[in-house]
Design a protein around this ligand. Structure first.
Ligand code: HEM
Length: 233
């Protein structure tokens, strides 16, 4: 019989590959650039933010390009993670017990897989908002308008461009609110930020917040000393 020596070192579990993290951070950085440049163009009281980019002209130039980087990188993340964000029966139970989520009583919550229902909601809301922002954004950008006319044969009228501006701003406000919830949750649940910086979490974090993921993907397929990279990364 072999005995295992407990070294006392904390058990770490791989949650994200390097490429998944790079994808996420390109998207996150482009989102912050989008947010700051977009707000500076949104209202005269926020124009001061354009100073961060050297002036209104640069902010106006940067905004659509950052938008393209954001939309393409979001698409990358979407295809990596969409299967893991598909709804399940336990999501309804988890949402019904939101009170315990907010009070930190994980012991009353069902075991969840890689993502809980809150994370899945953030994922799907952004998955709707990003294409809306992209399409309406193209209608507000001269090269975007020209591209749509050439490749799709669609020429947006002035009224359609006005409507696009309204929808674009509304979708952006929603996306910012959802992003604030996402970042708040990542900081509030201790040990989560490490998942996207180092790519690892502690075994305790996995046991407490994503027990089914820990069981199925790590315990079943490999030891924590030789963690298996989970699918969808
Ligand atoms: C700039 C600040 C951001 C921070 C600090 C941050 C932090 C994190 C962290 C820590 C995770 C890992 C969560 C886990 O594995 O349980 C994560 C995952 C994720 N983040 Fe972010 N994030 C940021 C921006 C964004 C933006 C702008 C978006 C999209 C609009 C986004 C979308 C996602 C998605 C889709 C996941 C995977 C979770 C899922 O698929 O449900 N993040 N983020």
């Amino acid at each position: 019989m072999t005995t295992q020596t407990n070294t006392g070192a904390p058990v770490t579990v791989r949650r994200y590959s390097g490429s998944a993290r790079l994808n996420h951070w390109v998207m996150a950085i482009s989102f912050v650039l989008l947010l700051l440049s977009g707000l500076s163009l949104f209202h005269p009281s926020l124009f001061v933010l354009s100073g961060l980019f050297g002036g209104g002209g640069t902010a106006r130039w940067l905004h659509p390009w950052a938008g393209l980087v954001f939309a393409i990188s979001f698409m990358g993340l979407f295809f990596r993670f969409f299967a893991l964000n598909l709804p399940e029966r336990t999501d309804i139970v988890w949402l019904a017990k939101l009170k315990h989520v907010l009070t930190g009583h994980d012991e009353y919550l069902p075991e969840v897989g890689k993502y809980n229902a809150g994370q899945k909601l953030v994922f799907w809301i952004q998955a709707i908002l990003v294409p809306v922002m992209l399409i309406t954004g193209l209608c507000l950008w001269a090269p975007g308008l020209a591209w749509m006319e050439q490749t799709l044969g669609f020429k947006a009228s002035i009224d359609q461009q006005r409507l696009a501006a309204l929808i674009h701003a509304m979708a952006a406000v929603l996306a910012i609110l959802v992003w604030i919830v996402h970042v708040y949750a990542a900081i509030w649940v201790r040990g989560t930020i490490g998942a996207m910086t180092t790519g690892t979490v502690t075994g305790g974090w996995g046991w407490r917040h994503h027990r089914r993921w820990l069981r199925e993907e790590v315990v079943a397929h490999g030891t924590t000393e030789h963690p298996r990279v989970t699918p969808g990364e």
